[in-house]
Write a protein that binds this ligand. Sequence first.
Ligand SMILES: [Zn+2]
Ligand SMILES: [Zn+2]
Length: 366
Amino acid sequence: MKITAAVLPSPDAPFEIRELEIADPRPGEVLVRIVGAGMCHTDLLARIPGAPFPMPVVLGHEGSGIVEKVGDGVTKVAPGDKVVLSYASCGRCNNCETGLPQYCELFGALNFMGSRLDGSAPVSGTDGGKMGCCWFGQSSFASHAMANERNVVKVTVDDVNLEILGPLGCGFQTGAGAVLNSLAARPGSSIVIYGAGAVGLAGVMAAKIAGCSTIVAVDLHDNRLALAKEVGATHTINAKTTADVTAAVRDFTGGGSQYALDTTGVPAVIRGAVDALRATGTCVIVGVVMGDISFSASGFLDGKSVHGVIEGDAYPADFIPKLIEWHRRGMFPIEKLVKTYRLDQINEAQHDSESGATIKPIFVFS
Ligand SMILES: [Zn+2]
Ligand SMILES: [Zn+2]
């Protein structure tokens, strides 16, 4: 079947809209007609020169849509079902079997290598040419994507806008899950969220859901900080205009925060986040950190900890329906973070995402 997709030909080239071919689903696979696909900063890892991803490639890993066809053996969904797509996992390794698919031993091979595990690919050029796909088990910057029974989550309610739910499968799940699953933030506690982009703002919303009484958002842009306040931050710090962010955090949190969520991946920010924790405080890191971070070991003697988290420690089949329910009730107002684009505006959307003008671009196909 012919599909339309945004193709990244090489790390430094603009995206191109091309017609491609998608095969019928194999056993266990689910062909989805995409109605919305968010752009996440992880998509742009493919733009790092020398990054080990096959090119050309169809990116996109925050898709939502309608099941079009299912392969043999699929029982979880049927044609016509509404679904959100999340990351791929094998279901058979130690970590998958203990309920931690986000740390699947085959995570890299399944999500980044541009093909199925056996090297075959469901998507190709119309001339049969090789095309990187299966990005996070989907490649949803396209009219249709091939997912797997394991990484589709059925949407069972009608009164939500399916077009904007795709980022629940990655960015929003990462921020909210870091607060609710990884940190398991307690009511009445204090939390500082570094970076008020899509992941950080989902973290702010989750901190409010968790009942944190002090929620501090730190960012470089006043417009994002205003949005953070709108969705639940009790205090904001503009790190560009504040001389000592750590001192400001200590001031707002009565001496130091119980929790910190870093979404920036900037070593100096993470170091500051740990410095501003109170004794027994925990900092989680959800982004790709560029470079090493040094900490003074004595700073950890008072029970502080810092650890990395993938996909908000979320088990998508359980967590995404919870996020949808909170969204329905107005407690997880992701619509405030979203700007929609047509797929042929993808280069503009990337620019707006990188400049910070748009927090969460979503491509819609209607
Ligand atoms: Zn696994
Ligand atoms: Zn992502």
